[in-house]
Design a protein around this ligand. Structure first.
Ligand code: ATP
Ligand code: MG
Length: 230
């Protein structure tokens, strides 16, 4: 098992292919210290989603190593690995159920007070209270009762409640109104505190706040540095 991790992550010469002979990642080296936030940027097909999928070991790599706190992720059980990782993907922001269930997801022992607390922390409480049933309002996975920004805030509340050491986040690409955008940036700042995070970043403000920006191009790291350096 992988208990009480710090969250240091290393990619050591990682080669990965979905299809034989076509490398999606061609020797990735990446050194991430516990607590750092990494923004992954690059053209479509450059390998951003592939990198985040490999951290949760959703695929096996062809060669190289990925380590967490110095331990190869192949040497730990999938369960203990994934217990440490919170994953916020655009197509899983919301599932059908109540708002409360959406925030509680997987944390079955969380109390209503704890759920409200995280909703308040990400500034989602006010819009939730304006919904017809408040926290008991039923929402649909693909329904339009919530805006994309509101969906993202709910997924942040869920991640905050789960409190993982490593956070993987695929930012919403949809256009979001300025007011919600500000809320999202504030909530994101809070969510990133004390965690190692990988963000497939689409927003300039997110990129600007990252400790390290990794620019991918055709499965390779083209540039790496902070916003001031690049
Ligand atoms: P986007 O910005 O469009 O999300 P991305 O940077 O996330 O792009 P990846 O999804 O990581 O890109 O894809 C990297 C490469 O791997 C691409 O050439 C893509 O076609 C290929 N690829 C991705 N997923 C699969 C898959 N499930 N099977 C086969 N090839 C895949
Ligand atoms: Mg992608």
């Amino acid at each position: 098992p992988l208990s009480k991790i710090q969250g240091d992550i290393h990619f050591n010469n990682v080669v990965f292919e979905y299809e034989k002979g076509r490398a999606a990642l061609k020797g990735i080296n990446l050194d991430v210290k516990a607590g750092q936030s990494i923004a992954l940027v690059g053209h479509t097909g450059s390998g951003k989603s592939t990198i985040i999928n490999l951290i949760g070991r959703f695929y096996d790599i062809k060669s190289g190593h990925i380590t967490i706190d110095g331990r190869d992720i192949r040497e730990v059980t999938l369960q203990s690995l994934r217990e440490q990782i919170g994953i916020v993907l655009q197509d899983t922001f919301i599932f059908s159920g109540t708002i409360r269930d959406n925030i509680r997801f997987g944390r079955l022992t969380a109390t209503d007070e704890e759920i409200e607390e995280v909703a308040k922390a990400v500034d989602a409480h006010d819009f939730i209270m304006k919904l017809p049933g408040g926290y008991d309002t039923e929402v649909e996975e693909r329904g339009s009762a919530l805006s994309m920004g509101q969906r993202q805030l709910l997924s942040f509340a869920r991640a905050l409640l789960a409190d993982p050491r490593i956070l993987i986040l695929d930012e919403a690409t949809a256009s979001i109104d300025t007011e919600t955008e500000i809320k999202i940036q504030e909530a994101l700042k809070l969510l990133l505190q004390g965690r190692t995070s990988f963000i497939v970043a689409h927003r300039l403000s997110t990129i600007r706040h990252a400790d390290k920006i990794v620019v991918l191009d055709h499965g390779e790291i083209k540039e790496e540095g902070n916003h001031a350096e690049l």
